[in-house]
Design a protein around this ligand. Sequence first.
Ligand code: SF4
Ligand code: SF4
Length: 220
Amino acid sequence: MSSSSDKIIQARRLCHQLCFSSCVEDKRQGRHVELLRLRPHWSVLKKEEQFCRIDQGENVPFDISLPLPARDEREGSDTGVRLFWERFSCQHCGRCCYTPGAGLYLEKEDFERIAKHVGKKKLKALCRRDKVLKAWILKQPCPFYDRDKGCSIYDIRPLTCTKYPLHPPLPEMPYHLAVDAFCPEARDLAKDTLGWWIICENNWMKLLGKMQEHQANALD
Ligand code: SF4
Ligand code: SF4
């Protein structure tokens, strides 16, 4: 890894730790628009390329990093998540529910809550038991999805469903929210917020500048 990419990684980490999601309000207010007017940025120059890549999510499974800080253990660090949900508006296409897949992990509380509603025996029949995870996995396509009415257990749906399309951050972008590119609304949001990266990058550059200044002073 080159030293410049090491520095960028360091700046991202510092940004997450020191700026404490202060960029979120700038993004909410659309301050990237003025910045993009002032200087060229890849999010504008490579927009078409990025859009094509994002659109591949319809057929190829992958996650997209969003220019929003991921929540961490600090109180109040959920501002990025909150802005995500403010902007996310489910299209109710049902793709996340009716698509075949490996199954939907049920937390113990999910299993108990849904079992109370549909009956334990019936729920077990709709699941498979994962011996390694020691958990019940709801079969997919989801048996609770109805093409006309949508989710038949919406108010008590599993935790995973309430968080979808948010996924854990990507290893290469650990401080940013990640979404499943399979979801059409997540793809639209990723396109709409591409310009927000200029706010993140401005902050990283400022921190890199300060780090360099600090190193130069230490050498004097
Ligand atoms: S795939 Fe996305 S837009 Fe479609 S129902 Fe699921 S969350 Fe909503
Ligand atoms: S429980 Fe409801 S929201 Fe979750 S996958 Fe099934 S139908 Fe969709």
